[in-house]
Design a protein around this ligand. Structure first.
Ligand SMILES: Cc1cc2nc3c(=O)[nH]c(=O)nc-3n(C[C@H](O)[C@H](O)[C@H](O)COP(=O)(O)O)c2cc1C
Length: 338
């Protein structure tokens, strides 16, 4: 299959028709406000804030404050919450809407231990009546669309996502994202898309497919296999936020995406660093930036020495200066393989 054979799906969530069916996955510790803005600049149809606990008494922590610092210029502003108590989830959803959320996303996909100990994230998939109670409580509490992100099931013997999807549709959920792994899989093995197709065939609300979509070819394959209304891209956007421009371009007219000019890449990375330094303050900003710099370097030519130096410095000015210096070199820039 090539891009010309494919009709670009339209992703509609409640009243919002997204400009692109390719959306950024929420990733705690990665998709903060600066990164979300960057991905939207490259054409992501929607971005969602990192998961925030539904326990609003914890919202004063620095971590929650950053996660709930919403980019109100996003259209729509989507915020993700996680928890297991229906009333607490409803209360958190209301508080998110008061802060400007236009879509509330419920996370039932996270396999992290800390969340599981409180029976949240994908552990909830085992208790379908609790899932129903949570979804109904949140939908009833807010006037904005409520979406659900989940996995294919509890484990490979219990792939109950199609049943969860029907529960969600009946509860008034506006769209579903399915990560093609079970809770027991964590991030091991490969995502599978048959269960996502089964979900798509079970409901009439929009379904977004997620998991291991790393290349243009893979995105076409997953669209074909799942018939999904949209694709959610996570790790493939790390250090490569222009992946959204590539996907949009390929699926709109089939023309290959022109690699970024060296100057544009340089300006983008310097802007991203400055935004991180401003958003978190210098000390945390420099630390958070190291992750992004390491990911960027995977796509940069002759970047080994630059990477080794830039992840070790402690000041914002040194991070910026080393980055500018790397791009001033004649052999610096995007790797052809990127
Ligand atoms: C570092 C990291 C943090 C994540 N945090 C969240 C989160 O806050 N909420 C959520 O629903 N999923 C979270 N996920 C899961 C992703 O949204 C996505 O479902 C998963 O990475 C699979 O997509 P991918 O193969 O395109 O990366 C996280 C994943 C990673 C790697």
């Amino acid at each position: 299959m090539n891009s010309q054979d494919h009709t670009l799906p339209t992703l509609q969530i409640g009243p919002y028709t997204l400009d692109s069916p390719f959306v950024l996955a929420p990733m705690a510790g990665v998709t903060d406000k600066p990164f979300r803005k960057l991905c939207r600049r490259f054409g992501a149809g929607m971005t969602t804030s990192e998961m925030t606990t539904a326990d609003t008494s914890l919202w004063q922590s620095a971590k929650s404050r950053h996660r709930l610092d919403l980019d109100l210029d996003a259209d729509p502003v989507a915020v993700q919450i996680a928890g297991s108590d229906p009333a607490q989830m409803a209360n958190a959803a209301v508080a998110c809407v008061e802060r400007g959320a236009q879509i509330v996303d419920i996370n039932m996909g996270c396999p992290a231990k800390k969340v599981l100990r409180k029976l949240a994230g994908s552990a909830l998939l085992k208790d379908e009546s609790l899932v129903r109670d949570i979804l109904e409580a949140v939908v009833a509490a807010v006037d904005v669309p409520v979406t659900l992100k989940t996995r294919t099931g509890w484990d490979r013997e219990h792939r109950n996502a199609p049943r969860i999807a029907r529960i969600a549709e009946a509860a008034g959920i506006a769209a579903l994202t399915i990560h093609g792994r079970t809770r027991a899989d964590k991030y091991r093995g490969s995502a599978e898309y048959r269960t996502i197709r089964a979900v798509k065939d079970s409901v009439s609300i929009p379904v977004i497919a997620n998991g291991d979509i790393t290349t243009l070819e893979k995105s076409l394959e997953v669209l074909e296999l799942t018939q999904a209304d949209g694709l959610m891209i996570g790790r493939a956007a790390q250090g490569r936020p222009w992946v959204f421009a590539e996907l949009n371009q390929l699926l709109s007219d089939g023309a290959p995406f022109e690699p970024l000019e060296k100057k544009d890449l340089r300006d983008m990375m310097l802007d991203h660093l400055s935004e991180l330094h401003r958003f978190y303050g210098e000390s945390t900003g420099v630390r958070v930036a190291r992750k992004h710099l390491t990911w960027y370097c995977e796509h940069l030519a002759n970047a080994e020495e630059y990477r080794n130096r830039v992840v070790r410095v402690d000041s914002a000015s040194e991070q910026l200066a080393l980055t500018a210096e790397y791009f001033d070199r004649t052999d610096g820039g995007i790797s052809r393989a990127a």
